[in-house]
Write a protein that binds this ligand. Structure first.
Ligand SMILES: [Zn+2]
Ligand SMILES: [Zn+2]
Length: 185
């Protein structure tokens, strides 16, 4: 658990210094640091979704959309349509299930090369949660982002580890709430 504790202690003091947060600790494998970050992002997304749910309801957002696109939910064995809030909850649960899967992630000391693809698929789906918030619940996105820098951290992590093609990164570079100093991602 050392990696998780270290990351959480860094977040208490350096939440807004994203480069510092992503810096791989000495002696740690960089994919293990990715694992710890993804796990932490899933934990924080749990709180994020609670905030989003104040405005994002089954009736108001009956399908998961981000801007023009509609997405099926993969948290069910086979993909099916879910409300935006359902998609968000199911996606985070799915990602946590993957991260806890002993077959894919047998150790906290290394990540098998073959398991990198799991990070890519979870990142692609998690991205849509942020994109839904940005395009459909902008005020919530901005308030959350101001307080947490969670999206900024997530997108920088995704780029650093090449988890998502640039074409899928559809939130503009400079969300209005992020100061220029922190916007060099
Ligand atoms: Zn919504
Ligand atoms: Zn679902």
């Amino acid at each position: 658990m050392a990696g998780q504790e270290y990351l959480q202690s860094l977040l208490r003091t350096h939440r807004y210094d994203i480069d510092d947060l992503l810096q791989v600790p000495v002696g740690m494998d960089k994919t293990v640091w990715l694992y710890e970050h993804m796990r932490q992002i899933c934990i924080e997304l749990g709180w994020y979704i609670v905030e989003m749910h104040r405005e994002c309801t089954e009736t108001g957002c009956p399908m998961m959309r981000a801007n023009e696109d509609t997405y099926f939910c993969a948290g069910h064995g086979h993909p099916k349509p879910c409300s935006a809030i359902g998609y968000s909850v199911h996606t985070v649960n799915y990602a946590i299930g993957q991260l806890n899967n002993q077959g894919s992630f047998p150790s906290r000391l290394y990540v098998p090369e073959t398991s990198m693809k799991h990070f890519q698929s979870m990142a692609r789906r998690i991205y849509r949660i942020f994109a839904h918030a940005y395009f459909h619940h902008r005020e919530i996105f901005e308030v959350q982002e101001n307080a947490t820098f969670l999206y900024a951290r997530f997108v920088k992590l995704a780029r650093k580890y090449e988890l998502s093609p640039e074409s899928l990164i559809i939130i503009p570079e400079l969300p209005t709430t992020i100061s220029a100093d922190d916007a060099d991602f």
